[in-house]
Structures are given as C-alpha cells and as structure tokens.
Design a protein around this ligand. Structure first.
Ligand code: HPA
Ligand code: ZN
Length: 323
C-alpha cells in the first residue's frame, strides 16, 4: 500500500507488537515450514478473528509459528525495513518473552533474534529501534512478574522499557502492579495497555498504581473530563493506534475516534500501528488517515512524531540526533 500524501513526513512509532507485525504471507510460509494447520486463523491471505478475544487467540497462534532466533530476526528485519521505506526513523517493538518460552525457544534466544533483526535493519536503512519487554495480562500475574524480572536483569542494552498487553478485562491493575515495581526499580521506562477495551477506570488505575510515563491506547479516558485533565497535567503520553481501535470495534469509524479531541485538550498523543497486518494498516496509513480523515494538519502530525521521539525509551544519543 502506498500513502503518497505523507511520504515526505518523517515518522516514528513507539507501539508495535513484533508478532503483530507478521504479514499473513509470512505466517503462511512459517506454517508450511513447521507443518501447522492454520486454516482457522488464516484465510485468503488475511487473519481471521471477529472480536478482541478472538484477536488475542489469533495473535498467540501466529506467535507460535515463529520458532527460532532466525525466524524472529527475519520477522524483525522485514518489519523495520518496510517501516524505513515509509520514511520512519524510529520504532519501539513490544516483545513478550512468554511467546519465546511457549514455543521452547527461550527468552534469551527470542530477544537475541529480535536484536539481530534490529541490527540488520539498522545497517541497511539507518532505522533505530528499541525493545519493550511485555507481560501478557491473560497469562496471569505470575507470568507478568516473571517477564518484569527477566527485563530487569538488564542483559540486553536494547531492552529499555516494560509494558503489559493482552486481555485488559482480566483482573485489576493492582494484581499486576508488583511487576511494574520491579521494572521501575531496574530503571526501565514504563508503559501499560489501558483504556482500550476497558473504560476510564482502567486508565485511572494505571496512573494510580503504575505511574507510567506512557499508556498504550488510553483513548477511552476521553469519557471522563477530569481524567483527561489529569493526563494533560501529568504529561502522560498516549500511544494512540486509531486503525487498531476501529478494527477492534472500540469506535465505529475514524470520524468518531477521540485522537483529535484528546490532542485539543492538551494531552500528549502520538500515532502507532499496533499490529499492522491484523488491522489492515501500516504506520504510513495511520499518518495518512490522521491527515485526510481526522482533520489534523501536517504541523500537528509532525508534532505527534516529535512527541513519540520525546517519549521514546531511548538514551539522549540517538534521541538528540533523531529529534
Ligand atoms: N491490546 C492488547 N494486547 C495486544 C494488542 C492490543 O491492541 N495487540 C497485541 N496484543
Ligand atoms: Zn498494543
């Protein structure tokens, strides 16, 4: 897909899940390689799911098709190379050691493969990337705490942040707060998926109990004006993924999506692709939709790219160079 209107704009994203970046054609090749029947999740070159729960099941199934460090290196390299081709200079990749463990690869080899993909893409295109280790909420508090402990060991300098994704309706943030305490103590940047499928209470819980610099999605905070003011005053950055929200039915269309309202209320927001081929999108498409359909100017879009780079969990070098 080409999006010429925003071709010239520099882009950055800080919220894309690695397995969520796997194109269906690549997943199909992986399934063939490992002799896995994927007829229930892959049809006519597209992923098959109908709601958030089914999406998460489909995501975990696709993850299980990547089984070696080289599989992950190729996936990461191809995702970043395509992004760089859309004039993207930075990406933060959300990765879950549980997915490495679940296919018997192990967390170290999983992260090593992703790091190798980052290295290859950087060498070819100059794109910078960092890794956000994430716990999957639907795998339960113990596994999220284990992911935080893993990230806190600090073995890989590309791992700069900690996140929690997955089924937002499972448990309360308080069940998972100890994981974030471990990650904070280790000096990792903190972000958490909240206010995507659950309402403002989920964002308020995240602010109270996790104190993150950023929130994944967070868009449903718009339902509570006091919470919007709190986000604005704290300077919390919302990693907004409009195409994801529309595909998952959080909002019926781009016209009713709250990105512009949040921005106008003074909340710091940026654009992200989340799981691009699952949601028939790309970062360039998100930029184009913001410009064409959501009423944002080029200047405002440049401002969101700047916000992403300011909020990135990255050292002053390369931040200074990228900004
Ligand atoms: N929300 C929660 N978990 C996820 C998502 C998402 O949008 N994408 C991949 N895991
Ligand atoms: Zn996400």
């Amino acid at each position: 897909m080409e999006f010429p209107l925003t071709r010239h704009l520099l882009k950055a994203e800080i919220h894309c899940h690695i397995e969520g970046a796997a194109p269906p054609a690549l997943a199909a090749r992986q399934a063939e390689k490992y002799g896995v029947d994927t007829s229930d999740i892959l049809r006519e070159g597209a992923y098959v799911w109908s709601d958030f729960s089914e999406f998460l099941v489909c995501y975990d199934r696709v993850a299980s098709l990547f089984r070696t460090d080289e599989d992950y290196a190729l996936l990461t390299e191809s995702y970043l190379t395509e992004l760089a081709g859309e004039n993207t200079i930075y990406s933060e990749i959300i990765v879950s050691p549980d997915h490495g463990d679940r296919i018997g690869l192990g967390a170290d080899a999983y992260i090593a493969g992703i790091s190798e993909g980052i290295r290859r893409a950087r060498e070819k295109t100059g794109i910078e990337a960092r890794i956000i280790v994430t716990g999957e909420r639907h795998f339960g508090p113990e596994s999220v705490i284990a992911a935080a402990k893993y990230a806190a060991r600090g073995k890989n300098p590309l791992v700069t942040g900690f996140n929690m994704a997955g089924e937002e309706r499972m448990g309360r943030v308080s069940d998972y707060a100890p994981a974030f305490d471990i990650a904070r103590e280790a000096g990792l940047g903190l972000t958490i998926h909240a206010g995507e499928v659950c309402g403002p209470f989920s964002v308020a819980d995240a602010l109270d109990l996790v104190r993150p610099a950023r929130i994944g999605h967070g868009v449903r905070a718009v339902e509570d004006p006091e919470l919007v003011a709190r986000l604005r005053d704290l300077g919390t950055v919302l990693e907004v993924c409009p195409g994801s929200n529309i595909a998952l039915g959080v909002y019926p269309d781009f016209g009713s999506h709250p990105l512009r309202r949040l921005k106008q209320a003074g909340v710091r927001v940026c654009l992200n692709s989340d799981d691009p081929p699952f949601f028939h999108t790309s970062l360039a498409r998100e930029y184009q939709i913001a410009l064409e359909t959501m009423g944002l100017s080029e200047q405002e879009i440049d401002g969101m790219t700047r916000t992403a780079l300011e909020a990135a969990f990255v050292d002053e070098e390369p931040r200074g160079r990228l900004l």
